[in-house]
Design a protein around this ligand. Structure first.
Ligand SMILES: [Zn+2]
Ligand SMILES: [Zn+2]
Length: 689
């Protein structure tokens, strides 16, 4: 007799097993009609899934409750569209073998092996889309059927595709007792694909789709294996959503930080230095330093203390923290001391043996630090603490290194070395709630100053029935409630995500929307009960006893690399004056006003402003154009008449006309004020006043 708990907490009891679709219909005809799938105990499932036991159920519709496009709905739509595309392509290109077709962040793809040189080109997309449209118009149901794995393997063997056989074998190896297929229509009659699902109820629910591009890939990502064609597509619930997406892609292209970063010389990635390692050029360094100054100032106001720690640490440190050897795949290999290395070389020791001894702890080495926490923990542990000095807030722009696969890196968003806006708060149990609020108010302040007012937070909680979590459940309850309460104080949308907590504590993630509406997942605030135990941290309480502190890890902007990459796109390279590498460009109209221009330049520099003078031989119009292309926020144009009257003609970035005139001193003062107030008072406001 399943009891179904709905997202609002209400319950429905059934005297028989029910499908998610039936529950949706019981709730209302509108919901049943909109439903694309279901989440059963957090697991995304087909609407036709039969529920036999008590379960938490959420019906997935194209729009989630806050009106945003629902990520689960997109997943279902895209995965379903991948099937439709695969059917269309195998119809148009007989003999095509399907390999693997998952939904991805921006849409979906399907890796395919086309028979000898018959792969489609971009000109064939229209034909593929037309074929897909037919399948969608037929509105065939996605029908799941299963077989026990032995029988299923026989079926797949009979079909003769080594790729599908491999997929099936992997499912069995992973412990799956059954194999499942989805037929687009009737099993045995219509097209089908080996697939775990889930899918939307029928092809007609794919409201809009588009074949986007072609790429190449290798089977299992292995360059020595078969070369495959990857066909990318997108799918949405409605046409306007697809249109909006296409427009967004166009705008995003114009704002791509990799392109703008090069054009504006903000950062450089150099083959000789290494992939995924960002070189901050002088201009980009200014942006980063200004941001760091800003964040540091706010941290000081909140009684954080700054620390510096080295870029490497002993393996034992990471054995204690648990980072080694468990996260080995995402780390650079250890560094071994020269004497050790020489001694082992003399023994004729192999690399495998070296790895073995490192892992067993028979020899020690160093790790490029994958996280700053262990270093900060050792600072905390280096002196005794009383309950009166808690919390201890240690902050560092700490650089860490992670090993990312070379295919995954690019620009500033996926890198191998990055600097986190990191801090660790060591606090008493009763201080967790207040500290979380402090972390979040800091983030709110900084986002506000940057004009990023649209953001949301995700609160990652325990999954209801899991024993993997460390720490006292009662403390967890308190910490989870503290996370919720802190998220509420922000006054921005937040979602609770059961099962998304780390095993060591709940967390809060930030997702910011840039001006063109794209979401950037930035950093996080995490409560941690685990590391204080692993490092046996303590403070002396009012009762004179040793107590375990709770740690909060927080890097709300993620990394300086990612954050600046995001800001480049957010501002389309035209930074606000306080962040701009070059704040003012002084442009004398002719040689006659050069002395006056130099005087103005000196006055701006004396205020600490980043100003330059362009007295080049080019005509004034082309020098204005050059400044505009370099996105300098303010141009100060001075002619002989200005020199006489001691005025400055002001032109602001993005405007075709001069904003007006200001007196020499007033101009300098206004620019300086805009810089020091970080845009709270602007030159533009003054010109309008
Ligand atoms: Zn599938
Ligand atoms: Zn940490």
């Amino acid at each position: 007799m399943p009891v179904i708990t709905l997202p609002d907490g209400s319950r429905r009891t059934y005297d028989r097993t029910v499908t998610a679709a039936e529950v949706a219909a019981d709730i209302g005809a509108g919901l049943a009609k909109a439903a694309l799938g279901a989440k059963i105990d957090g697991q995304l499932s087909d609407l036709s899934t039969r529920i036999e036991r008590d379960a938490a159920l959420a019906i997935v519709t194209p729009k989630s409750r806050d009106g945003a496009v629902d990520a689960d709905a997109l997943f279902l739509l895209r995965h379903s569209a991948a099937h439709v595309m695969a059917e269309a392509i195998t119809r148009l290109y007989p003999g095509t073998q399907l390999v693997y077709g998952p939904p991805v962040e921006q849409g979906f793809y399907y890796d395919m092996a086309f028979p000898g040189g018959k792969a489609p080109s971009t000109e064939d997309f229209a034909a593929i889309e037309a074929e897909m449209a037919k399948i969608v118009a037929e509105n065939r149901p996605f029908t799941r059927y299963e077989m026990p794995s032995g029988e299923g393997m026989k079926k797949v063997q009979g079909e003769g595709s080594k790729y599908k056989l491999d997929n099936a074998q992997r499912a069995c190896d992973a412990g799956s007792a059954t194999l499942s297929w989805y037929a687009t229509g009737t099993p045995g009659t219509n097209w089908e694909d080996l697939c775990r699902g889930p899918h939307v109820p029928s092809t007609g629910r794919i409201g809009a789709f588009k074949v986007m591009s072609l790429g190449s890939s290798y089977w299992h990502g292995d360059e020595k294996s078969d070369r495959l064609t990857r066909v990318y597509g997108v799918a949405f619930a409605t046409k306007p959503e697809l249109e909006a997406h296409m427009k967004l892609l166009e705008e995003a292209k114009a704002r791509d930080h990799r392109v703008l970063g090069k054009q504006l010389r903000l950062f450089h990635i150099d083959e000789m230095v290494g992939q995924g390692l960002i070189l901050w050029t002088p201009k980009g360094s200014i942006v980063r330093q200004e941001l760091q100054n800003f964040i540091s100032e706010e941290l000081r106001k909140q009684d954080y203390t700054q620390v510096f720690t080295p870029h490497i640490g002993k393996l034992d440190l990471y054995r204690t923290s648990g980072h080694f050897p468990y996260y080995r795949e995402s780390q650079y290999p250890p560094i071994v001391e020269p004497e050790q290395m020489n001694a082992m070389a003399k023994e004729g020791c192999s690399c495998a043996e070296l790895g073995n001894r490192l892992e067993k702890g028979e020899i020690d080495g160093y790790l490029l630090k994958p996280m700053n926490c262990p270093h900060h923990i050792r600072i905390f542990a280096s002196s005794p603490h009383s309950y009166r000095d808690m919390p201890v807030r240690l902050s560092e722009f700490g650089t860490v290194y992670r090993w990312e696969q070379s295919g995954e890196i690019g620009g500033m968003t996926r890198v191998r070395g990055f600097t986190q806006d990191d801090a660790h708060l060591f606090c008493r149990e009763d201080q967790v709630a207040q500290e979380l609020i402090g972390c979040l108010s800091l983030v709110k302040m900084i986002f506000g100053t940057l004009g990023m007012n649209e953001y949301r937070v995700r609160v990652g909680l325990r999954s209801p029935d899991s024993a993997k979590y460390v720490g006292d459940p009662a403390n967890w309850d308190k910490a989870e409630e503290a996370c919720r309460a802190a998220a509420r104080t922000l006054g921005v949308p937040f979602s609770e995500e059961p099962g998304e907590a780390a095993f060591y504590g709940p967390k809060i993630d930030f997702v910011v929307k840039d001006v063109i509406g794209r979401s950037w997942q930035l950093g996080t605030v995490q409560v941690d009960y685990n590391l204080p135990i692993r490092f046996d941290l303590s403070y002396i309480g009012a009762d004179n006893q040793a107590h375990r502190p709770v740690m909060i890890h927080r890097a709300p902007f993620g990394s300086m690399e990612r954050f600046v990459g995001c800001l480049i796109e957010h501002f389309a390279g035209a930074f606000p004056l306080w962040l701009s590498p070059e704040q003012v460009r002084v442009l004398p109209i002719s040689e006659k006003s050069e002395d006056y221009a130099n005087e103005l330049l000196a006055a701006l520099k004396a205020k600490g402003l980043r100003a330059t003078l362009d007295a080049g031989s080019e005509r004034i119009q082309s020098r204005i154009r050059a400044a505009a292309e370099e996105k300098v926020p303010v141009m100060a144009i001075v002619g002989p008449r200005d020199a006489e009257t001691r005025k400055v003609s002001v032109r602001l970035h993005g405007k075709a006309e001069n904003a007006g005139e200001l007196g020499f001193d007033e101009f300098v003062k206004a620019v300086a004020e805009e810089a020091t107030t970080r845009g709270a008072s602007t030159l533009a406001q003054r010109m309008l006043a």
